[in-house]
Design a protein around this ligand. Structure first.
Ligand code: HDE
Length: 712
């Protein structure tokens, strides 16, 4: 926080200063009217045991204000976490867009990003299986630009008119409001079974992409095809991609479920703490560009939001980077009141006729009107553009500007101001796309193929990713009570891949249907063409090898070598990781030299699922196992079966074998051994540089996929 005060402020941060409430330390408690209050713990009453008096304006104001604290939560994406930061382009993008914030690498544009889950209410757990929202507001010099994306590149439906149906299906069942934050129930799968267009995105939802380890470790996508426009009016189709510097990493389902109980704020806390500690999350913005001449060069429609453009066909070009470096001051004022709108665009960016995007361009403004209680929500500090605002809009609920002068165009009384810029120059002008056609309520035939890209996704997955997808389908469909729904989903899967279908069917008590001829491929579903896009596999998104703000547990007990713990903390902490000494109880442990060594946390208050890796240091073998009464044992077993890096030093190797008898240890070579993410060094005194390097690279790789327990 001290650092926060010293850093130079951008335009948005300076604007926030103007709106910060009075510092509580600057004077005594007052009413909303500024009257100083003498006492706030007892209401005004007639006599010591008498009734409360209506004239107690402080009491009435305090209670009324409390009664009115809540506003409607977002109908979708209710649970979220946000942060401020900046965006800077690598070089001028003037060849394909005139957008001012994409021109000058020396200009940083302030941003606010809100990450979210979709289905659950504000108080639901973070680690549910769900799409994650990735919404960015750029406070550009030409006005606010909102890129309201998700961590999947595709969506469940093709036309926005179906959105209420989809959301009603995925939300908890209407009669009992169960399940919270989960898609594993009848209505969602009934909808899926009847709407083949959902299938591609359902494949993503069943993959580990739906349970990210961290908001810092997931991709973001604009989903729709948008349009870039140059200064001379030339249009280019564009898809937006955010790529995290730390790579794309996920939880496994067992961990995700346990996290919901151990720390329902798992992702939110990670984002907050990482920023507080200075480990700023960073993402690269990339674009896929398609010239207008190539609009019909694909075997899918660019306007269909259930399709990706495979990166092997159109490479992603990096154009800039975004860093999130400030937490908000107040969750409600900022993260809750931020109002995104897909129609907030700036000169140089425009829409396409994607029917999902067109619907969103109506919905987001409409939703803010009800959620934020009227049309003046752009005046809420977090939403205020840093570009000047001069409108003729007036009045309405919560008007906070004191407008002067007349409010119509044209006028002669205020000198014709605000002036009309006219076409060209700094003004936004809509891209002059030629459109003509009959009014029809009909889906374009070019949107018809629902299976090829579902199969493309499946074909692109590595072995472990496929196993996790099968397990996810089995879990979700296994929770569906209506057998005919399970059967219909499996019948749909038969259009994607025969192996997938058989594996899912076998787990949920449904007969394997005959292989469908869907997607035009006889016998094996659409996958039999075996087209694959390696860019879709998380295996190919490892990140920059950094372990910034990864959480590493070191299990300690009396007799531990305190110097070794210090060296571990220095080495891995030097890489940016957080290294914590966990002991059976809080306070201190007695180190081998007889001194007290501070403990960071008591083992019973944490769990392996909250850490990325664990180390058993040198110390009396077995002491930890007996002292921790199961907490250490469970910790190490969970870390091992979840494929996390496990390190052991000196006699810690013996402790590891005692705690997890299933562990496979490489033969003692007298140095550092690495076997399937288990890094050991039986010599005393470490960690050696070699151990440090091997362990850090295992943490950066996130997980060893070959542990038998992970293979289902
Ligand atoms: Fe949204 N969506 N959406 N959505 N969406 C909302 O707006 C909607 C869609 C996304 O952190 C709502 O302010 C419709 C796709 C994010 O504040 C609402 C359709 C994508 C967020 C709404 C879609 C998204 C929202 C609810 C189909 C990814 C959270 C509250 C036509 C590209 C933004 C709000 C935040 C929020 C409507 C589909 C992403 C109701 C009608 C596709 C990240 O306006």
């Amino acid at each position: 926080m001290a650092d926060e005060q010293n850093r130079p402020k951008d335009a948005k941060q300076r604007q926030r200063d103007e709106h910060r409430a009075a510092d509580p330390e600057s004077g005594p408690l007052t009413t909303d009217q500024g009257v100083v209050v003498d006492h706030t713990d007892d209401s005004l009453q007639a006599g010591e045991r008498g009734p409360t008096l209506l004239e107690d304006f402080h009491f009435r104001e305090k209670i009324t204000r409390f009664d009115h604290e809540r506003i409607p939560e977002r109908v979708v994406h209710a649970r979220g976490a946000g942060a401020y930061g900046y965006f800077e382009p690598y070089e001028s993008c003037s060849r394909f867009t005139r957008a001012a914030f994409l021109q000058d690498p020396s200009v940083r544009t302030p941003v606010f990003v809100r990450f979210s889950t979709v289905q659950g209410p504000r108080g639901s757990a973070d680690t549910v299986r769900d799409v994650r929202g990735f919404a960015t507001k750029f406070f550009t010099s030409e006005g606010n630009y909102d890129l309201v994306g998700n961590n999947f590149p595709v969506f469940f439906i093709q036309d926005g008119i179906k959105f209420p149906d989809f959301v009603h299906a995925v939300k908890p069942e209407p009669h009992n409001e169960i399940p919270t934050g989960a898609s594993a129930h009848d209505t969602l799968w009934d909808f899926v079974s009847l709407q083949p267009e959902t299938l591609h995105t359902i494949m993503w939802l069943m993959s580990d992409r739906a349970i990210p380890r961290s908001f810092r470790m997931m991709q973001g996508f604009g989903v729709h095809t948008f349009r870039f426009v140059t200064a001379d009016g030339h249009g280019t189709f564009v898809k937006f991609h955010w790529k995290p510097k730390l790579g794309v990493h996920s939880l496994v389902w067992d961990e995700a479920q346990e996290c919901m109980g151990r720390d329902p704020d798992f992702n939110r806390r990670d984002l907050w703490d990482a920023i507080e500690s200075g480990a700023y999350p960073e993402y690269e913005l990339g674009v896929q560009l398609v010239s207008e001449e190539d609009e019909f060069a694909f075997d899918f429609d660019l306007l269909d939001a259930t399709k990706i453009i495979p990166e092997e066909q159109v490479p992603v070009q990096p154009i800039g980077r975004m860093v999130l470096d400030r937490n908000p001051d107040n969750f409600f004022a900022e993260t809750e009141q931020i109002a995104f709108h897909t129609a907030n665009i700036v000169p140089g960016i425009d829409f396409t006729n994607d029917p999902l995007l067109q619907a969103r361009n109506f919905s987001y403004l409409d939703t803010q009107l009800i959620r934020l209680g009227g049309p003046n929500f752009a005046q809420i500090p977090v939403n205020r553009p840093v570009a000047p605002v001069r409108t003729n809009h007036r009045d309405g609920f919560h008007q906070s500007a004191i407008h002067r002068g007349v409010s119509y165009t044209e006028n002669s009384l205020t000198g014709g101001c605000p002036a009309i810029a006219g076409a060209g120059g700094e003004a936004f002008s809509h891209y002059a796309e030629r459109v003509d056609g009959a009014k029809i309520r009909k889906r374009s035939p070019s949107f018809e193929d629902h299976y090829s890209q579902a199969a493309l996704f499946w074909n692109s997955m590595s072995g472990w990713e496929r196993e996790h997808i099968v397990q996810a389908f089995r879990f979700e469909l296994g929770k569906v009570a209506t057998m005919s729904v399970r059967e219909r989903v499996v019948a749909e899967l038969a259009n994607v891949d025969a192996e997938l279908t058989a594996a899912v069917a076998a787990g949920i008590g449904v007969a394997t249907p005959p292989a469908a001829a869907g997607g035009g491929a006889a016998g094996g579903g659409a996958s039999s063409g075996r087209a694959a896009s390696p860019a879709l596999s998380q295996e190919n998104l490892p990140g920059d090898g950094s372990i910034r703000f990864r959480q590493i547990a070191v299990l300690v007990t009396d007799g531990v070598d305190a110097d070794q713990i210090g060296r571990l903390k220095a080495a891995l902490g030097g890489d940016g990781a957080v290294v914590e000494a966990l002991a059976p109880q809080d306070g201190t442990v007695t180190a081998s030299d007889g001194g007290d060594m501070p403990v960071d946390r008591a083992l019973p208050t944490v769990a392996s699922v909250l850490y990325d890796a664990v180390i058993l240091p040198d110390g009396p073998a077995g002491a930890l196992a007996s002292a921790a009464e199961g907490a250490a044992l469970r910790f190490v077993r969970d870390a091992y079966r979840h494929g996390k890096p496990v390190g052991a030093l000196g006699s810690g190797v013996g402790t590891l074998a005692e705690l997890e008898p299933g562990v496979r240890l490489a033969a003692d070579s007298g140095g550092v051994e690495v076997d399937r993410g288990v890094i050991t060094d039986r010599s005393t005194g470490g960690p050696s540089q070699e151990f440090h390097r091997a362990f850090a690279s295992a943490v950066a790789a996130h997980r060893d996929r070959s542990r038998p327990s992970l293979r289902g």
